[in-house]
Design a protein around this ligand. Structure first.
Ligand SMILES: [Fe+2]
Ligand SMILES: [Fe+2]
Length: 233
């Protein structure tokens, strides 16, 4: 058994995209085919694959069906996290999505999943990127931190003591050395923090990578990994 993660597939099998991903650089050309092939070569049916958000450009669930079908058809158990572009997934409707895709896809929000004796916890997260006011960013960070705590607490209540923490956004912005998210990872004793969202070479070192305060931090955005799922455990 193995645990893998990757984010930012940015699929658009049925939705129109203003800026096609191919224009973002060579790595995006035919990325759906490359990623599927890499999964078929590495991920086995008994493995778990965590997809770290920005799954689809579709704005409504009806516009994402083919994208979600593509994910469903990948090998292994698929656990999905919300990204900032996943407009089809309202946080409060997670339970509905879990019912709709029961046994096929697992949506991680205010809940947790397991991998061996680990609890897989997570939320979208947020970090200030200069796109909104600092006050608004602080409000979003707080809300996401609360959602992450709900995820940790649900697992803790069920007796889990080993955690892998997933975020869509990086845990810190370029100005920070720590954040409420890194503090929570330490507080609960997460062994690893895995995040995505950062696209293009220039952004691959925006946040923490490698071991810090005993926790391994990994960036797992699809283009950074050149569409090879990252082995976590
Ligand atoms: Fe993205
Ligand atoms: Fe993103």
């Amino acid at each position: 058994m193995a645990l893998y993660a990757i984010g930012d597939l940015h699929l658009s099998f049925q939705s129109e995209v203003k800026v096609p991903m191919q224009t973002m650089g060579k790595v995006w050309i035919d990325h759906e085919r490359k990623f599927r092939e890499n999964c078929l070569n590495t991920v086995r049916e008994e493995d778990t694959l965590v997809l770290l958000g920005d799954h689809s450009w579709g704005k409504k669930l009806a516009d994402c069906e083919l994208d979600l079908k593509y994910i469903e058809n990948l090998p292994g158990r698929k656990i999905l996290l919300r990204g900032n572009h996943d407009m089809f997934w309202e946080a409060r409707k997670t339970e509905q999505l879990n019912k709709l895709y029961e046994g096929r896809l697992f949506f991680l929000q205010n809940n947790y999943y397991t991998y061996e004796d680990y609890a897989l916890v997570g939320t979208k997260g947020y970090c200030y990127e200069g796109k909104d006011t600092p006050e608004h960013a602080a409000m979003l960070v707080e809300r996401e931190a609360e959602r992450l705590r709900i995820s940790f607490e649900a697992a803790k209540k069920d007796g889990y003591a080993k955690f892998i923490m997933f975020l869509h956004y990086p845990p810190t912005n370029i100005m920070e050395r720590s954040s409420i998210f890194t503090k929570m990872a330490s507080e609960y004793g997460a062994e690893q923090v895995v995040y995505a969202h950062c696209h293009g070479e220039a952004r691959f070192h925006d946040s923490i990578r490698g071991k810090k305060r005993g926790i391994r931090y990994s960036l797992a955005s699809g283009d950074c990994l050149r569409w090879h799922p990252l082995r976590i455990l």
